[in-house]
Design a binder for this molecule. Structure first.
Ligand SMILES: NC(=O)C1=CN([C@@H]2O[C@H](COP(=O)(O)OP(=O)(O)OC[C@H]3O[C@@H](n4cnc5c(N)ncnc54)[C@H](O)[C@@H]3O)[C@@H](O)[C@H]2O)C=CC1
Ligand SMILES: NCC(=O)COP(=O)(O)O
Length: 356
């Protein structure tokens, strides 16, 4: 059933010196051809106008309130001004970058929490720039959990593509800390959240979670490192006892080939690069970062700020386009689910192998 008011998606500006402004403008320019869901940007409209001029995009930027964005979207790029002016040039972050990027996220989240936006899509931030500005969180994933409530829910990072979906159990931590941060509790909680959200939000009945070993050959029965037998296997068994289809641990080096990928709906790995490397190799321009475990929907392109090509017109907006589409599909599904007493006929949102 259509909702009376269709809120638009809130897209945060991201790092002003990065490609976030470029890809937002490029996506909006092709909104009709790509049949994009309406979105508005939270951020500095002056910077966006300057970037549009630099890129030669005949973009009409219109400052507005979030409620007006859906109606405006066909004729202009709606922008809700957020925070301080962003003065950085493409590729060269300056002192305004951190505060401007953070203000854009804060405003977008307020609109999602008040129902003035249906979901948040975040453009990439430079973590180092934000840390320099005093930002206390490793990335969006952890910051959004902090904004979501008290105590903050455990956020789970999933990078989703039709070829492969992955979750790093530890997220933005140094590699030297991974072995001691990888606990049974962490894996069990991550598995529970993944199983629940893949079912509830993505419509996958009894999702198959493939756990990835930490050590070579998943520890070779405990002879090459103890974590796979002492931590991961008991976590998989505990999830299994709860009725969750958890499998593994499997060796990381053989989990990602085409036949193996058919055995899981998502791979849960030990650390960031273990699982993000395969998905970015397979689907760099299509994969979407989705945060599970939050009371609202958040997606993001899978890539970073790409300072080396900001302002050149060479950035590919495809991952942002997929992030916008997925946010819309997840929020439509959310709306249907809450409006519906009988949920049995809601189709799966995406299955691996579906055309994107
Ligand atoms: N969601 C977020 O906020 C994310 C932020 N980052 C941040 O981005 C910054 C740079 O990270 P890198 O590791 O250099 O990764 P990156 O993704 O920014 O760039 C890696 C390479 O891919 C290219 N590239 C990236 N996106 C592209 C696109 N849309 N079209 C064409 N080429 C593209 C870049 O030009 C570069 O050569 C870091 O500060 C990192 O923290 C990284 C990932 C996600
Ligand atoms: N490589 C993905 C990534 O680091 C994204 O982090 P976040 O800012 O979305 O938490």
């Amino acid at each position: 059933m259509p909702r009376a008011f269709e809120p638009a998606l809130a897209l945060s500006l991201g790092e002003p010196a990065g490609i976030g402004p470029d890809i937002a403008l490029m996506a909006w320019e092709r909104r009709a051809e790509l049949d994009l869901p309406p979105f508005f940007i939270t951020g500095d409209p002056v910077l966006l106008r300057a970037r549009a001029n630099r890129l030669g995009i005949a973009s009409l930027i219109r400052e507005c309130d979030p409620e007006d964005a859906t109606a405006l979207f066909a004729e202009a790029l709606p922008v809700v001004p957020a925070g301080p002016r962003a003065t950085a040039q493409p590729g060269v972050p300056d002192a305004s970058s951190g505060p401007a990027a953070k203000a854009a996220i804060d405003m977008a989240i307020r609109f999602v929490q008040s129902g003035q936006a249906s979901a948040i899509v975040t453009n990439p931030i430079s973590k180092a720039v934000l840390y320099d500005a005093g930002f206390q969180y490793p990335g969006h994933t952890e910051y959004l959990a902090h904004l979501a409530g008290t105590p903050p829910p455990r956020p789970v990072m999933m990078i989703w593509s039709t070829e492969l979906a992955v979750i790093p159990a530890t997220i933005h931590v140094p590699l030297s800390d991974v072995a001691h941060l990888l606990t049974r509790e962490l894996l069990i909680e991550t598995g529970r959240i993944a199983a629940r959200d893949l079912e509830r939000r993505f419509g996958i009945t009894r999702p198959r979670l493939g756990f990835c070993g930490l050590n070579p050959h998943a520890g070779e029965q405990g002879t090459i490192g103890c974590e796979d037998e002492d931590v991961t296997r008991p976590a998989v068994e505990a999830l299994h006892r709860e009725g969750i289809d958890a499998r593994g641990p499997f060796p990381a080096d053989t989990m990602f080939h085409a036949a193996a990928r058919k055995n899981y709906d998502v791979v849960i790995g030990a650390y960031h690069d273990q699982v993000l490397t395969p998905v970015k190799t397979l689907a760099f321009d299509r994969a979407v970062n989705v945060t599970l475990g939050l009371p609202f929907i958040r997606t993001s392109p899978d890539h970073g700020t790409a300072f080396d090509i900001a302002g050149t017109g060479r950035a590919n907006p495809a991952s942002l386009v997929e992030a916008l589409r997925l946010a819309r599909r997840l929020s439509d599904r959310d709306g249907e689910e809450s409006a519906k007493a009988d949920k049995s006929d809601t189709a799966p949102l995406l299955a691996h192998g579906d055309p994107a």
